[in-house]
Design a binder for this molecule. Structure first.
Ligand SMILES: Nc1ncnc2c1ncn2[C@@H]1O[C@H](COP(=O)(O)OP(=O)(O)OP(=O)(O)O)[C@@H](O)[C@H]1O
Length: 459
Protein backbone atom coordinates (compact mmCIF):
# COMPACT_ATOMS: atom_id res chain seq x y z
CA UNK A 1 0.00 0.00 0.00
CA UNK A 2 1.12 3.55 -0.66
CA UNK A 3 0.20 6.87 0.80
CA UNK A 4 0.06 9.83 -1.56
CA UNK A 5 -2.02 11.81 -4.03
CA UNK A 6 -2.05 11.23 -7.77
CA UNK A 7 -3.72 13.26 -10.52
CA UNK A 8 -4.64 11.43 -13.72
CA UNK A 9 -5.48 13.30 -16.92
CA UNK A 10 -6.51 11.43 -20.06
CA UNK A 11 -9.33 11.79 -22.55
CA UNK A 12 -9.63 8.01 -22.90
CA UNK A 13 -12.20 6.74 -20.43
CA UNK A 14 -10.72 3.23 -20.53
CA UNK A 15 -7.33 4.47 -19.35
CA UNK A 16 -8.91 6.58 -16.62
CA UNK A 17 -10.84 3.55 -15.42
CA UNK A 18 -7.83 1.25 -15.53
CA UNK A 19 -5.56 3.66 -13.66
CA UNK A 20 -8.20 4.59 -11.10
CA UNK A 21 -8.75 0.92 -10.36
CA UNK A 22 -5.12 -0.09 -9.89
CA UNK A 23 -4.12 3.06 -8.00
CA UNK A 24 -7.06 3.26 -5.64
CA UNK A 25 -6.52 -0.44 -4.83
CA UNK A 26 -3.11 0.63 -3.52
CA UNK A 27 -4.66 3.18 -1.16
CA UNK A 28 -3.76 6.30 -3.15
CA UNK A 29 -5.93 9.43 -3.20
CA UNK A 30 -6.91 10.17 -6.78
CA UNK A 31 -8.14 13.11 -8.77
CA UNK A 32 -9.22 12.46 -12.33
CA UNK A 33 -9.51 14.84 -15.30
CA UNK A 34 -10.72 13.93 -18.76
CA UNK A 35 -9.51 17.11 -20.45
CA UNK A 36 -6.31 19.14 -20.42
CA UNK A 37 -8.07 22.45 -19.93
CA UNK A 38 -9.97 21.22 -16.87
CA UNK A 39 -6.68 20.06 -15.37
CA UNK A 40 -4.97 23.39 -16.11
CA UNK A 41 -7.82 25.39 -14.58
CA UNK A 42 -7.46 23.36 -11.41
CA UNK A 43 -3.64 23.69 -11.32
CA UNK A 44 -3.76 27.42 -12.03
CA UNK A 45 -6.27 28.05 -9.29
CA UNK A 46 -5.02 25.70 -6.69
CA UNK A 47 -1.36 25.04 -7.52
CA UNK A 48 0.13 21.56 -7.28
CA UNK A 49 0.24 21.46 -3.50
CA UNK A 50 0.17 18.01 -2.00
CA UNK A 51 0.08 16.27 -5.34
CA UNK A 52 2.79 13.60 -5.56
CA UNK A 53 2.43 12.61 -9.20
CA UNK A 54 0.64 13.70 -12.36
CA UNK A 55 -0.06 11.01 -14.96
CA UNK A 56 -0.63 12.95 -18.16
CA UNK A 57 -1.76 11.78 -21.57
CA UNK A 58 0.23 13.42 -24.33
CA UNK A 59 -2.51 13.47 -26.95
CA UNK A 60 -5.70 15.23 -25.97
CA UNK A 61 -7.98 17.21 -28.24
CA UNK A 62 -8.30 20.48 -26.29
CA UNK A 63 -4.86 20.95 -24.77
CA UNK A 64 -2.09 18.44 -25.30
CA UNK A 65 0.36 17.11 -22.74
CA UNK A 66 3.30 19.08 -24.13
CA UNK A 67 1.46 22.38 -23.82
CA UNK A 68 0.38 21.49 -20.31
CA UNK A 69 4.00 20.73 -19.40
CA UNK A 70 5.07 24.10 -20.81
CA UNK A 71 2.46 25.85 -18.68
CA UNK A 72 3.40 23.86 -15.58
CA UNK A 73 7.01 24.87 -16.20
CA UNK A 74 6.08 28.53 -16.73
CA UNK A 75 4.05 28.50 -13.53
CA UNK A 76 7.01 26.72 -11.86
CA UNK A 77 4.73 24.19 -10.23
CA UNK A 78 6.68 21.49 -8.40
CA UNK A 79 5.03 18.33 -9.60
CA UNK A 80 6.58 15.18 -11.07
CA UNK A 81 4.84 14.55 -14.39
CA UNK A 82 4.76 11.16 -16.11
CA UNK A 83 3.75 11.36 -19.73
CA UNK A 84 1.63 8.55 -21.17
CA UNK A 85 2.21 8.15 -24.85
CA UNK A 86 1.38 5.83 -27.70
CA UNK A 87 4.34 4.23 -29.46
CA UNK A 88 3.64 6.43 -32.48
CA UNK A 89 4.18 9.61 -30.48
CA UNK A 90 7.48 8.63 -28.86
CA UNK A 91 9.01 11.89 -30.12
CA UNK A 92 6.54 13.77 -27.95
CA UNK A 93 7.82 11.75 -25.00
CA UNK A 94 11.36 12.90 -25.70
CA UNK A 95 10.13 16.46 -26.11
CA UNK A 96 8.32 16.07 -22.78
CA UNK A 97 11.48 14.85 -21.04
CA UNK A 98 13.32 17.89 -22.36
CA UNK A 99 10.59 20.03 -20.83
CA UNK A 100 11.25 18.49 -17.46
CA UNK A 101 8.82 15.54 -17.36
CA UNK A 102 9.89 13.05 -14.71
CA UNK A 103 9.40 9.96 -16.87
CA UNK A 104 7.28 8.53 -19.64
CA UNK A 105 5.40 5.31 -20.25
CA UNK A 106 4.36 3.89 -23.58
CA UNK A 107 0.77 2.63 -23.86
CA UNK A 108 -0.20 -0.11 -23.18
CA UNK A 109 1.85 -0.37 -20.00
CA UNK A 110 1.79 -2.94 -17.21
CA UNK A 111 0.71 -1.70 -13.78
CA UNK A 112 4.16 -2.60 -12.37
CA UNK A 113 5.65 0.15 -14.54
CA UNK A 114 3.45 2.78 -12.85
CA UNK A 115 4.11 1.32 -9.39
CA UNK A 116 7.87 1.43 -10.04
CA UNK A 117 7.67 5.13 -10.91
CA UNK A 118 5.43 5.84 -7.94
CA UNK A 119 7.88 4.20 -5.55
CA UNK A 120 10.71 6.37 -6.88
CA UNK A 121 8.64 9.52 -6.56
CA UNK A 122 7.45 8.76 -3.03
CA UNK A 123 10.97 7.77 -1.96
CA UNK A 124 12.24 11.11 -3.24
CA UNK A 125 9.61 12.93 -1.22
CA UNK A 126 10.77 11.10 1.93
CA UNK A 127 14.38 11.96 1.12
CA UNK A 128 13.51 15.64 0.87
CA UNK A 129 11.74 15.46 4.22
CA UNK A 130 14.77 13.77 5.82
CA UNK A 131 17.02 16.37 4.31
CA UNK A 132 15.12 19.24 5.83
CA UNK A 133 14.95 17.43 9.20
CA UNK A 134 18.73 17.05 9.02
CA UNK A 135 19.15 20.72 8.29
CA UNK A 136 16.98 21.44 11.32
CA UNK A 137 19.24 19.35 13.52
CA UNK A 138 22.30 21.12 12.19
CA UNK A 139 20.73 24.40 13.14
CA UNK A 140 20.18 25.72 9.62
CA UNK A 141 16.84 27.28 8.87
CA UNK A 142 14.53 24.44 7.87
CA UNK A 143 13.39 26.23 4.77
CA UNK A 144 16.85 26.78 3.32
CA UNK A 145 17.29 24.53 0.33
CA UNK A 146 20.63 26.16 -0.42
CA UNK A 147 24.04 24.53 -0.29
CA UNK A 148 27.04 26.85 0.04
CA UNK A 149 30.27 27.47 1.94
CA UNK A 150 31.85 30.46 0.17
CA UNK A 151 32.06 33.80 1.99
CA UNK A 152 30.42 35.62 -0.95
CA UNK A 153 27.36 33.36 -1.00
CA UNK A 154 27.18 33.29 2.80
CA UNK A 155 26.93 37.08 2.67
CA UNK A 156 24.00 37.04 0.19
CA UNK A 157 22.32 34.25 2.12
CA UNK A 158 22.52 36.24 5.37
CA UNK A 159 21.28 39.30 3.55
CA UNK A 160 18.37 37.31 2.08
CA UNK A 161 17.36 36.13 5.58
CA UNK A 162 17.54 39.70 6.81
CA UNK A 163 15.41 41.16 4.01
CA UNK A 164 12.96 38.29 4.50
CA UNK A 165 11.92 39.94 7.77
CA UNK A 166 10.90 43.15 6.02
CA UNK A 167 7.97 43.23 3.62
CA UNK A 168 9.86 45.13 0.93
CA UNK A 169 10.00 44.14 -2.69
CA UNK A 170 13.33 42.66 -3.77
CA UNK A 171 15.12 42.30 -7.09
CA UNK A 172 17.46 39.32 -7.31
CA UNK A 173 20.20 39.70 -9.88
CA UNK A 174 22.62 37.13 -11.18
CA UNK A 175 23.53 35.00 -14.17
CA UNK A 176 21.25 32.20 -15.26
CA UNK A 177 21.39 29.16 -12.99
CA UNK A 178 22.93 30.93 -9.97
CA UNK A 179 19.97 30.10 -7.71
CA UNK A 180 17.78 33.22 -7.97
CA UNK A 181 14.56 31.28 -7.68
CA UNK A 182 15.84 29.28 -4.71
CA UNK A 183 16.79 32.52 -2.95
CA UNK A 184 13.34 33.95 -3.70
CA UNK A 185 11.70 30.92 -2.11
CA UNK A 186 14.06 31.21 0.87
CA UNK A 187 12.95 34.81 1.38
CA UNK A 188 9.31 33.81 1.26
CA UNK A 189 9.77 30.84 3.61
CA UNK A 190 11.43 33.09 6.18
CA UNK A 191 8.97 35.97 5.88
CA UNK A 192 5.74 36.79 7.72
CA UNK A 193 3.94 35.55 4.62
CA UNK A 194 5.42 32.03 4.90
CA UNK A 195 2.06 30.43 5.65
CA UNK A 196 0.57 32.00 2.50
CA UNK A 197 1.34 31.03 -1.07
CA UNK A 198 4.56 31.54 -3.00
CA UNK A 199 3.76 31.59 -6.69
CA UNK A 200 6.17 32.12 -9.52
CA UNK A 201 5.85 33.06 -13.15
CA UNK A 202 8.46 33.22 -15.86
CA UNK A 203 7.77 36.43 -17.77
CA UNK A 204 10.03 35.42 -20.68
CA UNK A 205 8.41 32.05 -21.30
CA UNK A 206 4.94 33.27 -22.23
CA UNK A 207 3.54 35.36 -25.04
CA UNK A 208 2.25 38.80 -24.05
CA UNK A 209 -1.41 37.78 -24.14
CA UNK A 210 -0.84 34.62 -22.17
CA UNK A 211 1.32 36.41 -19.58
CA UNK A 212 -1.35 39.05 -19.15
CA UNK A 213 -4.13 36.52 -18.62
CA UNK A 214 -1.94 34.38 -16.34
CA UNK A 215 -1.07 37.38 -14.18
CA UNK A 216 -4.34 39.27 -14.10
CA UNK A 217 -6.83 36.53 -14.98
CA UNK A 218 -9.68 36.99 -17.42
CA UNK A 219 -13.44 36.86 -17.54
CA UNK A 220 -15.39 34.55 -19.79
CA UNK A 221 -15.42 35.80 -23.38
CA UNK A 222 -12.59 38.30 -22.82
CA UNK A 223 -10.88 36.98 -25.95
CA UNK A 224 -11.27 34.08 -28.37
CA UNK A 225 -10.74 30.91 -26.42
CA UNK A 226 -11.56 32.43 -23.03
CA UNK A 227 -14.37 29.98 -22.44
CA UNK A 228 -14.24 30.21 -18.69
CA UNK A 229 -13.56 32.75 -16.05
CA UNK A 230 -9.93 32.33 -14.90
CA UNK A 231 -8.33 33.65 -11.76
CA UNK A 232 -4.91 35.23 -12.30
CA UNK A 233 -1.74 34.63 -10.29
CA UNK A 234 -2.06 38.00 -8.57
CA UNK A 235 -5.34 36.79 -7.15
CA UNK A 236 -4.13 33.28 -6.40
CA UNK A 237 -1.09 34.61 -4.51
CA UNK A 238 -3.06 37.22 -2.56
CA UNK A 239 -1.52 37.80 0.90
CA UNK A 240 1.50 35.77 -0.16
CA UNK A 241 4.52 36.35 -2.40
CA UNK A 242 4.67 36.52 -6.18
CA UNK A 243 8.01 35.81 -7.84
CA UNK A 244 8.40 37.39 -11.27
CA UNK A 245 11.22 35.56 -12.99
CA UNK A 246 12.92 37.21 -16.00
CA UNK A 247 11.10 40.44 -15.19
CA UNK A 248 13.37 42.32 -17.62
CA UNK A 249 11.53 40.63 -20.49
CA UNK A 250 8.11 42.06 -19.66
CA UNK A 251 6.48 44.16 -22.40
CA UNK A 252 5.75 47.90 -21.79
CA UNK A 253 1.97 47.24 -21.73
CA UNK A 254 2.24 44.65 -18.97
CA UNK A 255 4.78 46.78 -17.10
CA UNK A 256 2.16 49.55 -16.99
CA UNK A 257 -0.54 47.21 -15.66
CA UNK A 258 1.85 45.80 -13.06
CA UNK A 259 2.88 49.27 -11.93
CA UNK A 260 -0.73 49.96 -11.00
CA UNK A 261 -0.74 46.87 -8.77
CA UNK A 262 2.40 48.08 -7.02
CA UNK A 263 1.13 51.63 -6.65
CA UNK A 264 -2.57 51.19 -5.96
CA UNK A 265 -2.72 47.57 -4.82
CA UNK A 266 -5.40 46.73 -7.37
CA UNK A 267 -5.86 45.53 -10.95
CA UNK A 268 -8.55 44.78 -13.51
CA UNK A 269 -8.75 41.23 -14.92
CA UNK A 270 -8.71 41.05 -18.74
CA UNK A 271 -12.19 41.84 -20.08
CA UNK A 272 -13.54 42.88 -16.67
CA UNK A 273 -14.64 46.32 -15.54
CA UNK A 274 -14.25 46.00 -11.79
CA UNK A 275 -10.91 46.34 -10.03
CA UNK A 276 -9.73 43.73 -7.53
CA UNK A 277 -7.65 44.62 -4.51
CA UNK A 278 -4.63 42.51 -3.55
CA UNK A 279 -1.96 42.49 -0.89
CA UNK A 280 1.25 41.01 -2.25
CA UNK A 281 4.97 41.02 -1.81
CA UNK A 282 6.87 41.02 -5.08
CA UNK A 283 10.21 39.36 -5.64
CA UNK A 284 11.65 39.75 -9.11
CA UNK A 285 14.68 38.26 -10.83
CA UNK A 286 16.54 38.95 -14.00
CA UNK A 287 19.84 38.16 -15.61
CA UNK A 288 19.63 41.41 -17.57
CA UNK A 289 21.24 44.63 -16.46
CA UNK A 290 18.00 46.31 -15.33
CA UNK A 291 19.58 49.74 -14.86
CA UNK A 292 20.77 49.61 -18.45
CA UNK A 293 17.27 48.50 -19.54
CA UNK A 294 15.90 51.57 -17.72
CA UNK A 295 18.47 53.83 -19.42
CA UNK A 296 17.52 52.34 -22.80
CA UNK A 297 13.86 53.03 -21.91
CA UNK A 298 12.97 49.35 -22.29
CA UNK A 299 12.04 49.04 -18.61
CA UNK A 300 9.91 51.65 -16.83
CA UNK A 301 11.88 53.61 -14.28
CA UNK A 302 8.90 53.96 -11.91
CA UNK A 303 8.34 50.21 -11.94
CA UNK A 304 12.05 49.61 -11.42
CA UNK A 305 12.04 51.77 -8.28
CA UNK A 306 8.91 50.09 -6.93
CA UNK A 307 10.37 46.62 -7.39
CA UNK A 308 13.96 47.35 -6.54
CA UNK A 309 13.58 48.48 -2.93
CA UNK A 310 16.38 46.07 -2.06
CA UNK A 311 18.59 44.22 -4.50
CA UNK A 312 20.59 41.05 -4.02
CA UNK A 313 23.33 39.93 -6.37
CA UNK A 314 24.13 36.22 -6.61
CA UNK A 315 27.76 35.71 -7.65
CA UNK A 316 28.45 33.26 -10.50
CA UNK A 317 29.66 29.79 -9.52
CA UNK A 318 33.12 30.37 -11.00
CA UNK A 319 33.68 33.10 -8.41
CA UNK A 320 32.88 30.79 -5.48
CA UNK A 321 34.99 27.71 -5.99
CA UNK A 322 34.38 26.58 -2.36
CA UNK A 323 30.77 25.85 -3.27
CA UNK A 324 31.51 23.62 -6.26
CA UNK A 325 32.69 20.52 -4.38
CA UNK A 326 29.89 20.79 -1.83
CA UNK A 327 27.24 21.20 -4.52
CA UNK A 328 28.73 18.40 -6.64
CA UNK A 329 28.55 15.96 -3.70
CA UNK A 330 25.02 17.10 -2.92
CA UNK A 331 23.88 16.45 -6.50
CA UNK A 332 25.73 13.12 -6.59
CA UNK A 333 23.85 11.95 -3.48
CA UNK A 334 20.59 13.13 -5.01
CA UNK A 335 20.99 11.38 -8.37
CA UNK A 336 22.64 8.21 -7.02
CA UNK A 337 19.65 7.81 -4.67
CA UNK A 338 17.15 8.58 -7.41
CA UNK A 339 18.75 6.08 -9.78
CA UNK A 340 19.40 3.57 -6.97
CA UNK A 341 23.10 3.47 -7.87
CA UNK A 342 26.04 2.89 -5.53
CA UNK A 343 28.13 5.83 -6.66
CA UNK A 344 29.78 7.28 -3.60
CA UNK A 345 32.37 9.81 -4.74
CA UNK A 346 34.46 11.44 -7.45
CA UNK A 347 38.00 10.43 -8.47
CA UNK A 348 40.52 13.17 -7.53
CA UNK A 349 40.91 13.99 -11.27
CA UNK A 350 37.16 14.39 -11.73
CA UNK A 351 36.97 16.62 -8.68
CA UNK A 352 39.85 18.71 -9.94
CA UNK A 353 38.12 19.09 -13.29
CA UNK A 354 34.91 20.18 -11.60
CA UNK A 355 36.55 22.75 -9.38
CA UNK A 356 38.64 24.33 -12.13
CA UNK A 357 36.04 24.51 -14.89
CA UNK A 358 34.37 27.92 -15.25
CA UNK A 359 30.66 26.84 -15.28
CA UNK A 360 29.05 29.42 -17.59
CA UNK A 361 25.64 27.83 -16.85
CA UNK A 362 26.36 27.99 -13.11
CA UNK A 363 24.69 25.60 -10.61
CA UNK A 364 22.15 24.37 -13.16
CA UNK A 365 24.96 23.30 -15.49
CA UNK A 366 26.79 21.59 -12.60
CA UNK A 367 23.63 19.72 -11.63
CA UNK A 368 23.07 18.57 -15.22
CA UNK A 369 26.70 17.47 -15.48
CA UNK A 370 26.44 15.35 -12.33
CA UNK A 371 23.14 13.83 -13.39
CA UNK A 372 24.64 12.87 -16.74
CA UNK A 373 27.79 11.49 -15.10
CA UNK A 374 25.68 9.41 -12.69
CA UNK A 375 23.88 7.87 -15.69
CA UNK A 376 27.11 7.05 -17.46
CA UNK A 377 29.15 5.85 -14.46
CA UNK A 378 29.53 2.14 -13.87
CA UNK A 379 31.80 1.86 -10.81
CA UNK A 380 31.54 3.53 -7.41
CA UNK A 381 33.40 6.68 -8.52
CA UNK A 382 32.61 9.43 -11.02
CA UNK A 383 35.50 9.63 -13.48
CA UNK A 384 36.51 12.63 -15.62
CA UNK A 385 35.48 11.00 -18.90
CA UNK A 386 31.83 10.93 -17.83
CA UNK A 387 31.81 14.67 -17.25
CA UNK A 388 30.76 16.79 -20.21
CA UNK A 389 33.52 19.27 -19.42
CA UNK A 390 36.14 16.61 -20.06
CA UNK A 391 38.24 17.03 -23.15
CA UNK A 392 39.76 14.06 -24.94
CA UNK A 393 43.21 15.67 -24.66
CA UNK A 394 42.83 15.41 -20.90
CA UNK A 395 43.50 19.10 -20.30
CA UNK A 396 41.51 19.86 -17.17
CA UNK A 397 40.81 23.57 -16.81
CA UNK A 398 39.01 25.39 -19.57
CA UNK A 399 39.68 29.05 -19.22
CA UNK A 400 37.10 30.25 -21.67
CA UNK A 401 33.47 29.20 -21.87
CA UNK A 402 33.16 26.29 -24.25
CA UNK A 403 30.60 26.56 -27.01
CA UNK A 404 27.15 25.41 -25.97
CA UNK A 405 27.16 22.52 -28.39
CA UNK A 406 30.26 21.08 -26.70
CA UNK A 407 28.88 21.37 -23.20
CA UNK A 408 25.30 20.32 -23.36
CA UNK A 409 23.89 17.19 -24.86
CA UNK A 410 20.29 16.20 -25.28
CA UNK A 411 18.57 13.54 -23.25
CA UNK A 412 18.26 11.57 -26.46
CA UNK A 413 22.06 11.58 -26.88
CA UNK A 414 22.55 10.31 -23.35
CA UNK A 415 19.97 7.60 -23.86
CA UNK A 416 21.63 6.54 -27.09
CA UNK A 417 25.12 6.55 -25.55
CA UNK A 418 23.98 4.51 -22.61
CA UNK A 419 22.16 1.91 -24.70
CA UNK A 420 25.22 1.63 -26.91
CA UNK A 421 27.43 1.15 -23.88
CA UNK A 422 25.23 -1.58 -22.39
CA UNK A 423 24.96 -3.36 -25.73
CA UNK A 424 28.73 -3.38 -26.10
CA UNK A 425 29.24 -4.48 -22.49
CA UNK A 426 26.80 -7.35 -22.93
CA UNK A 427 28.53 -8.54 -26.09
CA UNK A 428 25.54 -7.41 -28.17
CA UNK A 429 23.31 -9.88 -26.31
CA UNK A 430 20.06 -7.96 -26.61
CA UNK A 431 18.06 -9.94 -24.07
CA UNK A 432 20.80 -9.40 -21.49
CA UNK A 433 21.10 -5.73 -22.39
CA UNK A 434 17.32 -5.29 -22.02
CA UNK A 435 17.47 -6.90 -18.55
CA UNK A 436 20.33 -4.59 -17.48
CA UNK A 437 18.48 -1.56 -18.85
CA UNK A 438 15.30 -2.76 -17.15
CA UNK A 439 13.20 -2.36 -20.28
CA UNK A 440 11.24 -4.84 -22.37
CA UNK A 441 13.15 -6.59 -25.12
CA UNK A 442 10.80 -5.16 -27.76
CA UNK A 443 11.36 -1.65 -26.35
CA UNK A 444 15.09 -2.19 -26.78
CA UNK A 445 14.60 -3.41 -30.36
CA UNK A 446 12.60 -0.30 -31.09
CA UNK A 447 15.22 1.97 -29.59
CA UNK A 448 18.01 0.18 -31.48
CA UNK A 449 16.16 0.89 -34.67
CA UNK A 450 15.30 4.46 -33.66
CA UNK A 451 18.89 5.30 -32.73
CA UNK A 452 20.44 3.39 -35.65
CA UNK A 453 22.39 1.02 -33.41
CA UNK A 454 21.83 -2.07 -35.53
CA UNK A 455 25.51 -2.32 -36.36
CA UNK A 456 26.74 -2.33 -32.79
CA UNK A 457 27.88 -5.98 -33.16
CA UNK A 458 30.41 -4.82 -35.68
CA UNK A 459 31.89 -2.14 -33.37
N1 LIG B 1 23.05 26.98 -3.57
C1 LIG B 1 22.33 26.01 -4.15
N2 LIG B 1 22.12 24.87 -3.48
C2 LIG B 1 21.41 23.85 -4.06
N3 LIG B 1 20.91 23.90 -5.30
C3 LIG B 1 21.08 25.03 -6.00
C4 LIG B 1 21.79 26.15 -5.46
N4 LIG B 1 21.79 27.13 -6.37
C5 LIG B 1 21.11 26.66 -7.43
N5 LIG B 1 20.68 25.40 -7.22
C6 LIG B 1 19.93 24.56 -8.18
O1 LIG B 1 20.35 24.95 -9.47
C7 LIG B 1 19.24 25.02 -10.37
C8 LIG B 1 19.10 26.46 -10.88
O2 LIG B 1 18.69 27.30 -9.81
P1 LIG B 1 17.58 28.45 -10.00
O3 LIG B 1 16.49 27.98 -10.91
O4 LIG B 1 17.21 28.94 -8.66
O5 LIG B 1 18.49 29.49 -10.77
P2 LIG B 1 18.07 30.88 -11.44
O6 LIG B 1 19.18 31.82 -11.16
O7 LIG B 1 16.69 31.25 -11.01
O8 LIG B 1 18.09 30.48 -12.97
P3 LIG B 1 17.39 31.27 -14.22
O9 LIG B 1 17.95 32.63 -14.25
O10 LIG B 1 17.84 30.47 -15.41
O11 LIG B 1 15.90 31.20 -13.98
C9 LIG B 1 18.03 24.56 -9.59
O12 LIG B 1 17.85 23.18 -9.83
C10 LIG B 1 18.42 24.80 -8.15
O13 LIG B 1 17.76 23.90 -7.30
Amino acid sequence: MYSGRVIICDDEVEILRYLSKILSAKGLDLEVFSSGSALMTCLENRGADECDLLLLDVKMPDLDGIEILQRIKALKLEIPVVIMTAYASINSAIEAMKLGAYDYVTKPFPKEKIFGILEKVLERKELLKENSALKDELGHPAASPLIFASPSFTEVHDMALLVAQSDSNVVILGESGTGKELVASLIHQNSQRASERFLTINCAALSDTLLESQLFGHVRGAFTGAINHQKGLLDAANNGTLFLDEVGDMSPAIQAKLLRVLQEGDFIPVGDTKAKTVNLRFLAATNKDLEEEVRQKRFREDLYFRLNVISLYLPPLRERAEDIELLARHFLRKYAARMKRDISDFTPEALQLLTTYNWPGNVRELENAIERAAILTRGPLIRPETLPVWRSNGLPPVAEAPRAAERLVSLETIEREHILHVLKASGNNKSRAARILDIARRTLDRKIEEFGLDDVGAL
